[in-house]
Design a binder for this molecule. Structure first.
Ligand code: SAM
Length: 182
């Protein structure tokens, strides 16, 4: 079963079962985004130099690192797993990006998102639903939210991008803009 099938199976699983499987704070298991998709997500979010990017559930830090290295952005990764947070922090240090990229080890549901120009996520539809009140509370008009594979229920995307990775895997990126979600 490849990553997408696992993720799809998870969307079809009741939230209570997911919570039981991964722990109550867990919004999704760790499945890294392929690099080609990382770049398409940041392009789709129109990330530009100086923007502040937050990746909610940032895994090994690949999205925040790419945001800084290739797009000239500042970035914050929020990751609940200490081991992944440590790996990301070490990569950030070894690449000399500490002045622009930082990691927060904690629950993405409890983070103040008001500095963000762009938020990226690769979570589950049910998790996006839980995060939506915070996106609505904190994000400024014009901020973009880019979700890999899973839509935000109740919001209308401004764009949907389809991307192929490998020979047969097809992915969907949902792009939202605060103030234009209805
Ligand atoms: C599908 S992975 C995506 C990783 C990374 N964003 C990427 O695209 O490669 C989801 C990540 O969310 C993290 N996560 C799950 N629940 C979380 C929570 N409540 N707060 C912060 N991170 C969480 C997982 O540990 C995992 O690393």
């Amino acid at each position: 079963m490849h990553a997408f099938s696992i993720a799809l199976a998870l969307t079809l699983t009741p939230v209570s079962a997911i919570a039981q499987q991964f722990g109550a704070a867990d919004l999704a298991p760790y499945i890294p985004t392929p690099q080609v998709l990382v770049e398409r997500m940041l392009e789709a979010g129109h990330v530009k130099p100086g923007d502040m990017v937050y990746d909610l559930g940032s895994g090994d830090g690949r999205i925040v690192i790419t945001a800084a290295q290739k797009f000239g952005a500042k970035a914050v990764g929020v990751e609940i797993r200490p081991d992944l947070c440590r790996i990301a922090t070490e990569r950030i240090k070894s690449l000399g990006l500490e002045d622009r990229v930082s990691m927060v080890q904690g629950n993405a549901l409890r983070v103040d998102l008001s500095p963000a120009d762009v938020v990226t996520m690769y979570l589950l539809t049910s998790s996006n639903e839980r995060l939506r009140p915070n996106l609505e509370k904190y994000l400024k008009p014009g901020a973009r939210v880019v979700s890999n594979e899973f839509p935000i229920k109740g919001w209308k995307p401004i764009e949907t991008v389809r991307v192929k990775s490998g020979s047969s895997m097809e992915h969907t990126i949902y792009v939202y803009e605060v103030g234009r979600t209805k």
